[in-house]
Write a protein that binds this ligand. Sequence first.
Ligand code: FAD
Length: 323
Amino acid sequence: MSVLVYAENAGGKFKKSVFEAVSYARAVADQNNTTLTAISIGDVSADELNTLGNYGAHKILNVSADNLKNFVNQAYASVIAKAAEAEQADVMVISNTFSGRGLAPRVAVKLGAGIVDGAVSLPETANNKFTVKKTAFSGKAFATVELTSANKVIALIANSYKVTENPTGAKAEVFSVESKESDFKAMLKEIIKSADKVSLPDAEIVVSAGRGLKGPENWGMIEELADLLGAATACSKPVSDAGWRPHSEHVGQTGIAVSPNLYIAIGISGAIQHLAGISSSKVIVVINKDAEAPFYKVADYGIVGDAFEIVPKLIDAVKAYKA
Ligand code: FAD
């Protein structure tokens, strides 16, 4: 047995979720007295690849081909499955990111593996069982899943495992696989970046606002607070439905699920459909003028008052703290 972890890059750089996944995968390998191989696909420098060794990868495989520069679900899943076979890996760890959510089930199908998506803790391996805790019902509950198949795929939720330094000194090596474009069901031709902002699904801090902000012209203070905190901006569904903010910021049951360390909800009532997307946040701060707003039931900290008074004061306080 061995463990394989997929290291997803964004523009040639690894995200924090990768180091979490590598740290997690190394802990799984240690539980089973085995080794960890990390695989990266696309254009990543040797220095960047070698950082995977800082978090416990014993071996680092680099797959770089012209037709694999951009993420393509089928092609990447096929490469990961081939690497798993070559490394005789039976546990695969993939971050539950936007692309990871598409990749993990495909890898599982290719390897005939059981899959647990949305994992939040290390597997329990007592009594020869392999059980993993995961989120269920859009984050409203937890479930424990037992994987009984020989091969197993674990899709790990961001911010659910601590990045742990564990240097091995491993250096990246080339892993060659044949990838024919004619086998791809879809090709990604171009990525158009909307703006140089913190990516919402991976953000450690999210500043989110709702209809209480009254109109799109009032988002300046939300963006300023987010910039100061190094946070991503998000919103409730009615806000994106009204075109005040892009749909990519819509959080909740029908939008993006986030799991930041800090979620600041401003002028959002806390409807169940919104909470479904944010309930695995570590700390929730609510700013709402209605002390009875449902959001306060799940808040760790609450400030009852007018957002138009409180947010500028918060901005001043953060600026003063940083000065
Ligand atoms: P509102 O409910 O209008 O609440 C605004 C809040 O702002 C109020 O609590 C008010 O007290 C407060 N406020 C007003 N003025 C101020 C001020 N000056 N300062 C501070 N606070 C102020 N919603 C989602 O967000 N995500 C989803 O994915 C989603 N999916 C849905 C799916 C279905 C099938 C359905 C039926 C609904 C879904 N909704 C979703 C909608 C959801 O039910 C709520 O209607 C929505 O979340 C409410 O958005 P809101 O809190 O911004 O607005």
